[in-house]
Design a protein around this ligand. Structure first.
Ligand code: SF4
Ligand code: SF4
Length: 319
C-alpha cells in the first residue's frame, strides 16, 4: 500500500491556512497601516493612544498620569507583546513556525519542488548528497507550471502585501481600471524582486542566516529547556537501515541521525515521515519531544558516532 504521509498533509494545510490568513488580514483591517490616511488599523479599529483632547495643556499630576497610563497601555505594552511572539514561540516550539506556518518557507519548498523536477536537485548551484531521488518529471509541464508560479505568485503576494500599506479596496479599484498609482506599482514590483531573490537564489539560507523571526526562534529555542524538537530513539539506532530517507527529506540540511538538536531544524517532521515509511508506520526512529532545548550545529553529536555525515559533491555543506 502506498505510504500516506499524514504529517505532510497536515503541514501543507497549516501553511495554506496561514497564507490565507496573511492575505485576509489587511482586507478586514485586522492589522494594516494606511499610508494615505496615516491611520493604523488593529482588529478593525483605528488605533489611537486614547489621550483626551488638549492633554498637552494639562500640566497637573493627574494630566501627566493620564498621558503616562495611556502611552504605557496603548503603545508600549501592545508592542512588547507583539515583539514577544517569536521569542515565546521559539522558547516553546523551537522553529515550528518556520516549518508549519511561514509563507516564505512554503514558497521556498515549492521552488525546491520545481528545482527537483526540472534539475533533479534542490539547489541551483550544485547537487547535494542529500538531494532526494525524484522520478524525472515532464520538463515541459513542470517548466510551464514553474513559469506560471513565478509570474502569478509574486503578483498575488505583491498585491496582497501592498494592502498592508494601501487600502485593499483602493488597490483593486486601480487594478480594475488599469490605472495603477506609483505606490501600488512600487509595492508589487518590490515584492516581486524580493520574492525572486529569496525564493530562487537564496531560499533556506535565508531561513538560516537572515530571517529575523527565524533567528529569534533559534535563539530562544536554543536556550529553552522545554522547546519542541525532533529526537531520535538512539536505543534503537541498530534498526536503522541506512536508507538515507531522513537526510534526503530534510530541506534544511540537518543530519537528523546525529540527534544533535540542530537549531536549523524547523520541526517539519519530514524525517519522522521518511523513517516511518522505511521502517513501518509508528516504527520510525524519530519523534517529537519537548525538553533539553536545541543546540548549535555540529554540537552534541556523540550518540551516533558510527553514522558519518555524508560528504557533499562539489560544494561545502551549509549548516
Ligand atoms: S531534521 Fe527533520 S524535522 Fe528538522 S528540518 Fe530536517 S526533516 Fe524537518
Ligand atoms: S530514515 Fe530511518 S532507517 Fe532510513 S536512514 Fe534515516 S534513521 Fe535510518
Amino acid at each position: 500500500m502506498k505510504h500516506f504521509n499524514k504529517l505532510l498533509v497536515y503541514r501543507r494545510a497549516t501553511q495554506l491556512a496561514f497564507i490565507i490568513f496573511i492575505f485576509i488580514v489587511p482586507v478586514f483591517n485586522i492589522f494594516r497601516y494606511d499610508t494615505q490616511t496615516k491611520e493604523l488599523f488593529i482588529l478593525g479599529q483605528v488605533w489611537s493612544l486614547g489621550l483626551k483632547q488638549n492633554f498637552y495643556a494639562d500640566a497637573s499630576v493627574a494630566g501627566a498620569a493620564h498621558v503616562a497610563f495611556h502611552v504605557l497601555f496603548n503603545a508600549v505594552l501592545p508592542w512588547v507583546l507583539v515583539l514577544a511572539i517569536f521569542p515565546l514561540l521559539g522558547f516553546l516550539t523551537g522553529r515550528l513556525f518556520c516549518g508549519w506556518l511561514c509563507p516564505e518557507g512554503a514558497m521556498f519548498e515549492l521552488v525546491d519542488f520545481f528545482s527537483l523536477k526540472l534539475l533533479g536537485r534542490r539547489n541551483l548551484y550544485g547537487k547535494r548528497a542529500n538531494d532526494p531521488d525524484v522520478k524525472p518529471g515532464n520538463r515541459l509541464f513542470y517548466g510551464a507550471l514553474a513559469l506560471a508560479s513565478a509570474v502569478l505568485l509574486p503578483l498575488v503576494a505583491g498585491i496582497s502585501l501592498t494592502g498592508y500599506l494601501i487600502a485593499p479596496q483602493t488597490i483593486w479599484q486601480q487594478i480594475s481600471t488599469g490605472n495603477l498609482s506609483y505606490g501600488v506599482k512600487a509595492g508589487i514590483i518590490g515584492v516581486t524582486i524580493y520574492m525572486f531573490i529569496t525564493s530562487v537564489l537564496v531560499r533556506h539560507i535565508f531561513c538560516k542566516y537572515i530571517c529575523a523571526a527565524g533567528l529569534m526562534q533559534m535563539l530562544f529555542g536554543w536556550i529553552s529547556p522545554v522547546s519542541l524538537r525532533v529526537k531520535m530513539d538512539t536505543g534503537r539506532s541498530g534498526e536503522c537501515t541506512d536508507c538515507l530517507g531522513c537526510e534526503k527529506a530534510c530541506f534544511m540540511n540537518v543530519l537528523p541521525r546525529e540527534n544533535k538538536r540542530d537549531i536549523s531544524c524547523v520541526n517539519c517532521g519530514a524525517c519522522i515521515a521518511a523513517c516511518n515509511k522505511e521502517l513501518g508506520q509508528g516504527k520510525g526512529l524519530f519523534h517529537y519531544s519537548c525538553g533539553e532545548g536545541c543546540a548549535a550545529p555540529r554540537e552534541n553529536s556523540g550518540h551516533l558516532t558510527q553514522i558519518q555525515p555524508y560528504p557533499l559533491q562539489g560544494e561545502q555543506k551549509i549548516i
